[in-house]
Design a protein around this ligand. Structure first.
Ligand code: 5AD
Ligand code: SF4
Length: 481
């Protein structure tokens, strides 16, 4: 690959280094000079975000920065002067989608020679991807990584002034940058980062390489964000981290995530969610706090990944199925109305039929409300990608299908139990197809559709469930007396 003197390129080896050093925190106000503030005046940006909530939240900071630079958002790539794809690297199909879109949007460059094309997010942290984009996608002018979001104004300026490609991807443990601008896409629901990165290094996963080490925001910073959101009228916050249970370990914070969760609950914001929990360090204190506060939602995403102890070991998950079940039982006993979802990977290298059966057994045991199921996808640079694999793709696909049948059956059963119940729904707004039908989510994160009778987006209302489907419920508004 031809390199340019100003480029900083990703390095997967460097990305796996973890030191004991404290992560720097930058608290300076994000200030732009007049020239940068005017750079986007009269220009439109199109931002597409793929992948997880961490990426969604990054997208909100990117949008905030671009609007500070004078850009206006458009939902239409055809109208854009700047196209940015905020990408996901967790599986190959996510990458293929983004590369496909990079390719298909290329046609717009012919009509608009000054169009700027950018790629950011987790794929920008991957050596192989950046090499491919540099060589095969010459229309991409700008690449920046997950640690480089705050450099966006400088990088855009370089591209716009020099008309040359600009790449800045740091492969490092990372820092915490407070006070980045943010354009929240939700009006009543907001994402709140409580920590960044991941140190678990599950052997299949690219995230610890693309997002750096686990680093927690201070409790004061998180709580003041939640309080501000509450004042602004937000009804729900979702506390975000790859592993929220590890919150505060790097700060030696006594009480860890349980304490943060409790303090968030005490702010009185109506709804608090959190994700994702790793079964390994889910503490009893956390269970107690979730059970104690009505504004902590009874819905837990608890990825199990596999139901087989040997596979879990090779995955580096640090728990056994017996431990997972014990945690699951403890949660169900303490919070009987709690709903659960999970993530499961089938077709991990050399997974036998018997080992897959163990996964089916586990799913039968838990009866999840929902499960996100995936075929294992090798990720360059991870230990699992170096393992030989004797499982044919057709076998993996068959396992996925068999697993999904069980998952769907349970989802259906769990929803069926809601018939005639009255549930609290946070109203999102009218559905796209029918403006009279509104939708929202229950405390247990079930999607409910109902004929609206005067409810507004952001209201929390009572709805009686009249019909249950696998992935949603229908209901009617219960009139308050
Ligand atoms: N292949 C398939 N699924 C993966 N996940 C993470 N890495 C991979 C991979 N290499 C899944 C896990 C994780 C979810 C976010 O994505 O189930 O919990
Ligand atoms: Fe990936 Fe495991 Fe970290 Fe989750 S805990 S982000 S699966 S390495």
């Amino acid at each position: 690959m031809k390199q340019h003197a100003g480029w900083a390129l990703p390095d997967l080896k460097a990305a796996q280094i973890r030191t004991k050093q404290e992560s720097p925190v930058y608290r300076e106000q994000f200030i732009l000079n007049e020239e940068l503030r005017a750079l986007g005046k009269g220009k439109y940006y199109f931002l597409r975000t793929y992948g997880c909530q961490a990426n969604e939240r990054d997208g909100e900071s990117i949008a905030g920065i671009l609007e500070m630079m004078g850009f206006t958002q458009t939902k239409n790539a055809e109208d854009a002067d700047l196209i940015l794809l905020n990408t996901c690297a967790v599986r190959k199909n996510a990458e293929d989608k983004a590369l496909g879109e990079l390719g298909s949007l290329k046609r717009l460059c012919k009509e608009k020679p000054n169009l700027i094309f950018g790629m950011c997010g987790c794929m920008a942290q991957e050596e192989e991807i950046v090499r491919t984009v540099v060589e095969k996608y010459p229309h991409v002018d700008l690449i920046f990584g997950t640690h480089n979001i705050h450099s966006l104004p400088k990088l855009l300026y370089q591209v716009m002034m020099s008309h040359e490609r600009s790449i800045e991807v740091f492969s490092k443990e990372g820092e915490i940058v407070e006070n980045l601008p943010v354009k929240r896409f939700g009006v009543y629901k907001a994402w709140v980062n409580i920590m960044y990165g991941c140190d678990k290094f599950c052997t299949y996963c690219i995230v610890p390489y693309t997002r750096g080490k686990e680093r927690s925001r201070t409790m004061t910073d998180v709580l003041s964000e939640v309080q501000t959101l509450k004042k602004q009228g937000y009804k729900e916050v979702t506390l975000l981290g790859q592993n929220v249970n590890s919150y505060g370990k790097d700060l030696h914070l006594e009480g860890g995530f349980a304490r943060l969760l409790e303090e968030c609950a005490k702010t009185g914001i109506p709804r608090i969610r959190f994700m994702t929990s790793h079964p390994w360090d889910f503490s009893n204190e956390m269970i107690e706090v979730i059970a104690r506060y009505d504004n902590i939602m009874p819905f837990i995403h608890l990825p199990v990944q596999s139901g087989d102890n040997d596979i879990l070991k090779i995955m580096g998950r640090r728990y056994t199925i017996e431990q997972y079940k014990a945690l699951f039982d403890a949660l169900r006993n303490k919070i009987p109305h709690c709903a659960f979802s999970t993530d499961i990977i089938v077709g991990f290298p050399n997974e036998s039929e018997e080992q897959f059966q163990h996964t089916l057994d586990l799913v039968e045991y838990c009866h999840f409300d929902n499960a996100y199921t995936f075929i294992y996808s090798p990720r360059e640079g991870t230990p699992a990608a170096r393992m030989s694999d004797n499982v044919a793709m057709a076998v993996k696909q068959d396992r996925l299908q068999r697993l999904n049948e069980v998952v769907n059956r349970h989802a259906n059963e769990r929803n069926a139990a809601y018939l005639h119940r009255i549930v609290k729904v946070l109203v999102d707004g009218p559905s796209k197809k029918n403006p009279n039908i509104y939708s929202g989510y229950t405390e247990t994160n079930k999607l409910v559709n109902f004929a609206n009778e005067g409810a507004k987006s952001g209201d929390i209302i009572s709805v009686r469930i009249t019909a249950c489907k696998t992935w949603s419920l229908d209901g009617e508004v219960v009139k308050e007396k």
